[in-house]
Design a protein. Structure first.
Length: 504
């Protein structure tokens, strides 16, 4: 997966720094708890939520099993409706296609709808290198862009910022990007929203080219769908003359009727709303209504390789609701930047190492960014078993083995730093396969005092940050053996008494 910045430290190092930031932790705790509590109430209103969840999973699994057919059907429908379809194998190809399309219009600026796919490929940076300015219009993305920052959440990219920080960013940076912030700007949310409106309005009215992603693509009709809450997407998708949409190939669904499921599950899982405030759909081009030129760039960038993994492919079911982030105890404490990807949190921990591979230090550590508590699976509206995929990827990191890279089956080596772990697991396997040796080893039970002492060697990293529970005075094996012995002796006494009482 090219075009992605990987100059991040490994997750443990990045997280260690993040948890020391008291302001960051307070911002994350307040935001994630608020969102997840609202979501729980919104989901509880639907008696058939479990059936909707199962239906969404079934639709996505069916589509992934027949992805080639539905993508070709989508291409034919988009083309018949007046659009043009481009295929991009990786980030570099997608960036080249979009850059050339913008240049062909003669324009040197574009407005953008919030899009994870364009962040994934680094499109803004590629356009900037070509002399083209890309303006984010989603409020949170605008905050991130003006702050020369990186997104830290799928739904709320600026979740790590509080109102005071946002006010300071607007006051310092808006003038360099267009209309400056009003004098004396305060930190009231209404003032900040109005400042963003005024700043963006001139860009909406001036822009001739827009770039978007899509939440869903309907193969049956060639329709693209964007869910959003602010109306900025509607402005980008209707006012410019040219619209370029960059969408991952996994976003296709078979029929328009399938949207019924996700129109109910996505808003409730993401923004805790019964219905999305702005749902924009477009099918090709129509004279006198919306953009007159439409290009769809279908992005692979590691998705086909992920599809080849029978366990890991379920990550492609993701509809980007971010519910898993809001319940994850690791994300709440470490924040999104520690994941070194535009996909943070539990879904990022399983998606990024598959799209990019586990060759880098950051991607080799992401499968370990979890307690395996299972909360992410419980809230996922398409039932992605994230803990299962995490364990699967951990095995890949430690053991290596066969994977698919750029459509070719290859065998990767184990990641560095896991030699001791592999040796420990081999020793454990040998011991557990030999009951007599295990029984002999249990005779060296350390007792309660050992719980207060740090573990030796590599185990010290565990006990340096955790308090171990107090160990019982004896092992379960010893307890069981003594129990069995006592029960046997009692049975012998009862038998002896019965025999004695039966004598004449």
């Amino acid at each position: 997966m090219t075009g992605t910045y990987l100059g991040m430290p490994a997750f443990p190092d990045a997280a260690r720094e993040a948890v020391r930031d008291d302001v960051l932790r307070a911002n994350l705790r307040h935001a994630t708890h608020t969102i997840r509590d609202k979501r729980a109430r919104a989901v509880a209103e639907l008696e058939d939520w479990d059936r909707l969840r199962a239906a969404g999973k079934a639709v996505k699994d069916h589509t992934l099993a027949h992805l080639d057919r539905y993508l070709l059907q989508l291409e034919a429908a988009v083309t018949a409706a007046g659009g043009t379809v481009h295929w991009a194998a990786d980030a570099d190809e997608a960036n080249r296609i979009v850059t050339e399309l913008v240049r062909a219009t003669g324009e040197r600026e574009v407005v953008k709808v919030k899009s994870m796919a364009t962040q994934e490929i680094g499109l803004n940076e590629a356009l900037e290198a070509a002399g083209i300015a890309a303006y984010e219009t989603d409020l949170a993305e605008l905050i991130v862009q003006l702050g020369h920052d990186r997104p830290s959440h799928i739904l709320v990219p600026a979740i790590h910022r509080n109102r005071g920080e946002i006010r300071d960013i607007f006051a310092a940076e808006m003038g360099g990007w267009g209309r400056p912030a009003p004098e004396g700007l305060g930190d009231d949310p209404r003032e900040l929203a109005e400042a963003a409106r005024l700043h963006l309005r001139e860009k909406f009215l001036r822009a001739k080219v827009a770039v978007s992603g899509a939440n869903f693509m309907v193969a049956e009709t060639g329709t693209l769908v964007v869910f959003e809450s602010e109306g900025n997407g509607r402005m980008c998708l209707t006012l410019p003359e040219t619209l370029i949409s960059v969408v991952g190939i996994e976003k296709v669904i078979p029929t328009f009727r399938d949207l019924e499921i996700f129109l109910q599950t996505l808003p409730r899982s993401s923004t805790a709303e019964r219905m999305n405030p702005y749902t924009t759909m477009w099918t090709g081009t129509v004279d006198g209504d919306g953009p007159s030129v439409f290009h769809l760039v279908l992005l692979d960038n590691g998705r086909t390789d992920t599809l080849a993994d029978e366990v890991g492919r379920q990550a492609l079911r993701c509809i980007r609701c971010s519910a898993c982030l809001n319940v994850c105890p690791v994300y709440e404490r470490a924040g999104g930047h520690a994941y070194g990807s535009v996909y943070p949190g539990p879904i990022g921990a399983i998606l990024s190492p598959q799209l990019r591979g586990t060759g880098s230090e950051i991607d080799a550590t992401l499968p370990y960014a979890s307690t395996l508590c299972g909360a992410c699976y419980e809230v996922c509206p398409v039932a992605i078993d994230i803990p299962e995929v995490l364990v699967h990827l951990r095995e890949r990191v430690v053991q290596g083995g066969p994977v698919t890279r750029e459509g070719i089956r290859v065998r990767i080596r184990p990641a560095d730093g896991h030699t001791a772990e592999r040796a420990a697991m081999r020793a454990a396997r040998l011991l557990l396969d030999r009951p007599d040796a295990l029984r002999a080893g249990s005779g060296c039970w350390p007792g309660p005092a050992a719980a207060t002492a740090p573990l030796p060697g590599p185990g010290r990293a565990w006990t340096d940050s955790r308090e171990l529970p107090e160990l019982p005075e004896r092992s379960f094996r010893d307890w069981w053996a003594q129990r069995e012995k006592a029960q046997g002796e009692e049975a012998q006494r009862e038998k002896a008494q019965r025999e004695k009482g039966a004598r004449p």
